[in-house]
Design a protein around this ligand. Structure first.
Ligand code: FAD
Length: 317
């Protein structure tokens, strides 16, 4: 069975959820192998085994994690040459898309970004469901040239442990000095909020202009659900919430299991960042608000009354 390469998304060996999602999807296409650039491969080994990786390719360079995206693109290009994988799966985030673009050029392969599903097509080749034109269309797409390089949005797959979890063979890979051209010299972590990262969260509760700048009911409801907090551009432009939390065309693209939009009208640019969410709920005073065209459940009402009641209800359970 052909290998399917999965680029690990990790911080010092602490794997992000996207890696387990990609390994789960990779098993539909062939035999998953993880590609680990930077420290912590030993710590991550157990998780690789749990989700069905048979091999882990490790860049055995203590400093590798501090270089920008080039080492990942180079190691994946080397592996495409060496093992002719059935596909390469990469998280569809800003760094992942840059790595994938470099890899596509290096390997002369086709690239699909923002996939929300990956499976084997009728001919056995990878087939994807992809969200395109800022989420305006959902299409079925296949790579027709070279090795399929597929960037998959976080939260696109329910994580499943492999029934065949076993030993993982570790294979060292070296990278060239040319791939180490730019290095991170200092990194300041963001102040911790205790909430999950927006693009990774299974639940996102977002607030818009309708909050009038008071995000407390949005944050309290989010915290009762263990959710991340998002914001519309109107709220961000007004200075009520940081740009790092903006959802939409010029913000982040999220695809959680549950997306709650409170006091958000549902402009096309906001939809572009959230319409692939599995279940969408809106709370809005205006029953004609365009967001209601999109939702699975809608509540016509004042968010300052609806959200505290919902929070109290969740806390009772
Ligand atoms: P409004 O459209 O003003 O809607 C506020 C809503 O709150 C209304 O529907 C109102 O009925 C409701 N409301 C008011 N009070 C309450 C209450 N007490 N309880 C319940 N409901 C209440 N927007 C984004 O979000 N993300 C983007 O990335 C983005 N990128 C853009 C890029 C470009 C190039 C452009 C031109 C625009 C972009 N926008 C983006 C802006 C977008 O067009 C909208 O202006 C914006 O999304 C509106 O934000 P909003 O829904 O919070 O505000």
């Amino acid at each position: 069975m052909a290998e399917v390469l999965v680029l690990a998304d990790h911080a010092g060996g602490r794997l992000r959820k996207a890696t387990a999602e990609l390994l789960t999807l990779a098993r539909r296409l062939g035999e998953p192998s993880a590609v680990h650039v930077g420290p912590g491969a030993d710590t991550a080994q157990k998780t690789y085994a749990k989700y069905g990786a048979h091999k882990v390719y490790v860049v055995d360079d203590a400093d590798a994690g501090s270089y920008l995206v080039a080492p990942q693109a180079e190691v994946l290009a080397q592996l495409i040459e060496k093992v002719s994988p059935a596909a390469v799966l990469i998280p569809s985030n800003a760094a992942g898309k840059e790595i994938a673009a470099r890899l596509a050029i290096k390997s002369g392969s086709g690239l699909i970004t923002d996939a929300v599903d990956v499976r084997a097509g009728d001919d056995g080749a990878p087939e994807t469901t992809q969200s395109v034109f800022a989420g305006s269309y959902t299409v079925t797409a296949k790579v027709t040239t070279g090795t399929p390089i597929i960037c998959v949005k976080p939260n696109s797959a329910a994580i499943e442990a492999s029934p065949e979890a076993g030993a993982v063979e570790s294979v060292d890979v070296t990278i060239s000095d040319a791939a180490k051209a730019a290095k991170i010299t200092d990194a300041q972590p963001k102040k911790a909020t205790g909430r999950p990262e927006l693009t990774e969260a299974a639940i996102v509760v977002s607030g818009g202009r309708g909050t009038g700048g008071d995000f407390s009911p949005v944050e309290e409801f989010a915290d009762s659900l263990g959710a991340a907090v998002g914001a519309s551009r109107a709220a961000v432009d007004a200075g009520w919430y940081p740009h790092s939390n903006q959802v939409g065309q010029t913000g982040k693209q999220v695809s959680p299991q549950l997306y709650v939009a409170a006091g958000i009208s549902g402009a096309i640019q906001h939809r572009a960042g959230m319409q692939t969410s599995k279940t969408i709920v809106a709370v809005n005073k205006d029953e004609e608000a365009p967001i209601f065209e999109l939702v699975d459940f809608g509540v016509v009402g004042d968010l300052f009354s609806v959200l505290p009641q919902a929070t109290a209800e969740v806390k009772k359970r």
